[in-house]
Design a protein around this ligand. Sequence first.
Ligand SMILES: Cc1cc2nc3c(=O)[nH]c(=O)nc-3n(C[C@H](O)[C@H](O)[C@H](O)COP(=O)(O)OP(=O)(O)OC[C@H]3O[C@@H](n4cnc5c(N)ncnc54)[C@H](O)[C@@H]3O)c2cc1C
Ligand code: FES
Length: 273
Amino acid sequence: MKNPWLPEIWVVERRIQESEDTVSLELRPESKAVRPEAEPGQFNMLYSPGYGEIPVSISSMRSGSFLHTIRSVGAISAALAGAQAGSCVGVRGPFGSSWPLSTAFGKNLLLLAGGLGLAPLRPVIEWVRDRREDFADCSVLHGARDRDHLIFRDELVTWQKSPGIHWALTLDHADLDWEGHVGSLPQLLDLVTLDKQTTVALLCGPEIMMRAAAAYLVQLGLPAERIYLSLERNMKCALGFCGHCQLGPEFICRDGPILAYDRVAACLGVKEL
Ligand SMILES: Cc1cc2nc3c(=O)[nH]c(=O)nc-3n(C[C@H](O)[C@H](O)[C@H](O)COP(=O)(O)OP(=O)(O)OC[C@H]3O[C@@H](n4cnc5c(N)ncnc54)[C@H](O)[C@@H]3O)c2cc1C
Ligand code: FES
């Protein structure tokens, strides 16, 4: 049986520069081992020798590999983002809860992705594109800081042409030739006709955005138990032992990272918890 404490060696098959500070790494096990199963929304602990280990969501799981999309914000993420094709990283996982896709079958899906928050939602978009008939209406609302910070640009062009998936993009700061919306992501909710009876909302992005969007969705009449957030906290073990990722009664590594808003709304309101 696999030891969940020990990273396994995986090889960087492909490195994609998504934006100035963000890259995607396509990773495969170095041994002939088959890639483990994973659910959309789960994460792996990625280890860069000499630097350390951080949680990173799986941004695609379509082939025999995992895609991870990493923004360089500190020592470890910078080391991982600098990994070149052919080099090795350590991988533990997959860990955590997943987006509730099976409970959303037949229902309307509403995805809100702020910035890098598109990465953990990308497997959902791929799932919906592959199995469009499993869901009723599907809307994706995506916001980025500016055009230079958009990730998955080639895929965005293809995804926006997907039959039956409604897209709306917004930028915080736009050039004169930007024809989309300008403003904060939650403002795009005013463009959506929300079916309160069936919609399941999946939110990922900066916590302040998710809090605002979730509160607005509740105000619009969507029950808090049908709003799901992908939460981030500092992690060490990812196995529910060390407590680093605790948010009130929840351990984000074990109970999350995907949690329904009704479970976490009270804690999210507490400053610095
Ligand atoms: C479940 C989960 C999934 C994640 N998925 C991804 C992912 O798909 N891609 C990705 O790039 N990152 C993801 N992260 C965040 C990533 O783990 C952190 O960016 C990383 O731990 C930073 O480590 P560091 O050593 O590079 O920087 P540190 O030295 O730890 O931090 C450098 C600076 O970045 C800030 N920072 C740290 N973490 C975050 C954060 N989560 N968001 C914003 N600022 C932060 C710190 O406050 C500090 O100012 C995820 C986190 C969790 C918990
Ligand atoms: S990271 Fe150790 S308990 Fe969650």
